[in-house]
Design a protein around this ligand. Structure first.
Ligand code: FES
Length: 83
């Protein structure tokens, strides 16, 4: 099992109707046992739609299935997900 390092501030950015994107060299993606996934590209894009064939990573399927995400962080903003 891989030991998780010291905590640091990392921003997880939500793409509109797309994946969670983590743009950091110091992020490791681990499974429930703490085993790390090989990261082939950065920034890391984690599937949010549930339809990726390369989970936990995004493979672009969200675009093909028309995934629509939940609201933006500020619910009353004009920046709503596509409908
Ligand atoms: S968010 Fe991209 S495939 Fe799920």
């Amino acid at each position: 099992m891989q030991k998780i390092g010291c905590p640091m501030a990392v921003t997880v950015r939500l793409r509109r109707n797309g994946p969670y994107v983590i743009d950091s060299e110091d992020v490791t993606v681990v499974d429930w046992n703490g085993q790390s996934y090989p990261v082939m590209r950065r920034p890391i894009a984690l599937c949010r739609c549930g339809a990726s064939t390369t989970k936990p990573f995004c493979d672009g399927t969200h675009s093909r299935i028309g995934f629509q995400a939940a609201e933006a962080a500020v619910p009353d903003s004009e920046d709503k997900p596509a409908s």
